[in-house]
Write a protein that binds this ligand. Structure first.
Ligand SMILES: *Cc1c(COP(=O)(O)O)cnc(C)c1O
Ligand code: SF4
Length: 368
């Protein structure tokens, strides 16, 4: 890891910065017992303490609502543990495996779907190395797994946030991955270009190169205000170094459950050569009920995006099915079979503005 970043981590520090009230402090201390808190100084300085709907505050400042747990919320909301053959690997789809390199992040999103397993406290519980990085033995075992499973075409490096690692550490890993010939794509999931843009140095961009493989950077970003000039400059350095960038956004009540905000975000991404990839429906993460949006509302927003935005700017709206069943698109549905579809190929199809039309599929299979 490179030079330490000063961050607000304690309830008392958040009170001193004016981000939470003194009266909330004891309850926020309870939140901190359970879920990691960190807000780097540069982000804290961008939060308007007088605006309770500030999108950065909503995402990063802990709330006493996190103490409210609901019965449908799950410790392991997308089933990572069910599909983890060894520490650091999650292998749910045959051709893709996650390599969870670090269990810490420079900032802790209050809705994080891995909040039960990341951060300094849980890492001590899991007895892994104190820096939050896979130990050398664990990494070697994970690489051996990737090497012996020839069906793995893509490695998705995640955590925590793996881009907090130093260029030297990243280069070292890439040299090892480069020797595994069946891996063709290396994808990094990160928030660092937005949260610590100065960490994306020319050296780091070079270190991300992996001989003979395509490198993708999946940027987690939820609101256009996150993308200030420094963040966009960091993305430009990555893209100019030859890496592809895609984005992932989590649909969050009070942050971006509004078509106008998402339209602005998607346009800004495309203008900066970042391809919108996924819009995630909120997972059933403990203590995040205040962020949850209904699927109907999500579909309505997505329909407005379809009606308004360039095709390049459309993310796929997905649900990660609890129990490790995978991610699938969840609409809205534009095409539905009519009752006589089997005989006639008749469908009703909705246009981008929501008007319905009849479409007869000339290639429809005859009824059996
Ligand atoms: C999300 C995820 C992936 C990647 O899925 P894509 O649809 O290819 O982006 C792979 N493995 C696991 C366990 C995941 O949760
Ligand atoms: S950056 Fe990702 S892993 Fe880290 S807290 Fe946010 S959502 Fe979780």
């Amino acid at each position: 890891m490179t030079r330490p970043v000063t961050s607000l981590k304690r309830a008392s520090e958040l009170v001193a910065a004016g981000l939470i009230s003194k009266s909330d402090q004891p309850k926020i201390e309870d939140v901190a017992q359970r879920y990691a808190i960190a807000i780097p100084q540069n982000i804290a300085a961008r939060i308007d303490p007088h605006n309770s709907s500030d999108p950065l505050a909503q995402q990063f400042v802990p709330s006493i609502k996190e103490l409210e747990h609901q019965p449908h919320e799950q410790h392991d909301p997308i089933g990572d543990e069910l599909k983890s053959p060894l520490t650091g690997i999650v292998h749910r789809y045959p051709d893709r495996a996650l390599l969870k390199l670090v269990s810490v992040c420079p900032i802790y999103c209050r809705f994080c779907f891995r909040r039960e397993t990341i951060g300094p406290t849980s890492e001590q519980k899991q007895n892994s190395s104190p820096s939050g990085v896979l130990s050398e033995d664990q990494l070697q075992a994970a690489l051996d797994y990737l090497k012996t499973h020839q069906e793995i075409w893509e490695v998705i490096i995640t955590g925590g946030d793996p881009l907090i690692l130093s260029p030297r550490h990243i280069k070292n890993l890439n040299q090892k991955l480069a020797t595994i010939s069946h891996i063709k794509v290396v994808r990094w999931h990160t928030r660092v270009p937005v949260i610590l843009p100065e960490h994306i140095t020319t050296q780091l961009c070079q270190a991300l190169k992996c001989d003979g493989k395509a490198v993708y950077i999946g940027l987690h970003t939820n609101h256009p205000e996150e993308l200030n000039s420094q963040a966009l400059a960091a993305c430009k350095r990555l893209i100019d170094a030859g890496h592809m960038m895609v984005s992932q956004t989590v649909l969050l009540k009070g942050v971006n459950d509004d078509a106008a905000i998402l339209i602005k975000l998607m346009r800004k991404l495309v203008e900066n050569r970042i391809k919108p990839y996924y819009l995630h429906h909120t997972d059933l993460v403990p203590g995040t009920g205040h962020f949850r949006v209904s699927i109907e509302k999500g579909q309505e927003i997505v329909q407005t995006m379809r009606a308004t935005l360039s095709g390049l700017a459309q993310p796929t709206y997905v649900l990660d099915i609890p129990g490790a069943h995978g991610k699938v698109p969840i609409g809205p549905t534009y095409l539905s079979p009519n009752s006589n579809q089997k005989k006639t190929g008749s469908h009703t199809v909705m246009d981008p503005l929501g008007n319905k039309h009849l479409y007869n599929d000339p290639c429809a299979l005859p009824a059996k």
